[in-house]
Design a protein around this ligand. Structure first.
Ligand code: NAG
Length: 160
């Protein structure tokens, strides 16, 4: 025979536990939501000939100046962010070469992350390979050919 008093107690106990847990459950949900946006990394690989030693890079986001960095050949400049506040990463890249022994400064400014263009194009890794021939964008490692090609501006004519 069922004891109505006991089942009432069990019901109250279950209700109590459920109500007591409610704020914890919803707090946990909020914590997950806050860290939800995926981490995106922009990789800017220095694929210049090793003899050129390094390039100088100066990036700015829409909110932050990331400073000036020298990146050796066969290494990379990398910058990560969570999607949300960052909508733009623009970088000036400069290297020097010496055709026929005279110094030539090569300098270009490139949009390396633009939310409208890139949020679905490269949600996790946005790859750029910087070469003497140009700056090439890839949607991720091992995902097809470059889909963006940017050119170095022509260096100013040599003064004589
Ligand atoms: C781009 O650069 C990376 C790192 O140097 C290299 O592993 C990759 O093969 C390059 N991609 C192409 C198509 O050259």
């Amino acid at each position: 025979m069922c004891n109505p008093l006991l089942s009432k107690h069990v019901f109250l106990l279950v209700l109590c536990i459920a109500v007591w847990n409610l704020p914890i459950i919803s707090a946990r949900k909020q914590a997950t939501l806050a860290s939800d946006p995926p981490l995106t990394t922009v990789h800017i690989n220095n694929n210049l000939p090793i003899a050129l030693e390094y390039f100088t890079i100066h990036c700015k986001t829409n909110t932050e100046d990331l400073g000036v960095h020298e990146i050796a050949c066969n290494t990379a400049y990398e910058w990560s962010f969570r999607f949300g506040g960052v909508t733009l990463l623009t970088c000036g890249i400069n290297f020097r070469r010496y055709p026929q022994g005279r110094l030539e400064d090569v300098f270009g400014v490139f949009d390396m992350y633009v939310a409208d263009r890139d949020k679905s194009r490269c949600p996790t890794n946005c790859i750029w390979n910087v070469t003497e021939g140009g700056v090439y964008g890839y949607r991720d490692y091992n995902v097809g050919d470059n889909d963006i090609s940017l050119e170095w501006p022509k260096p100013p004519p040599q003064m004589s």
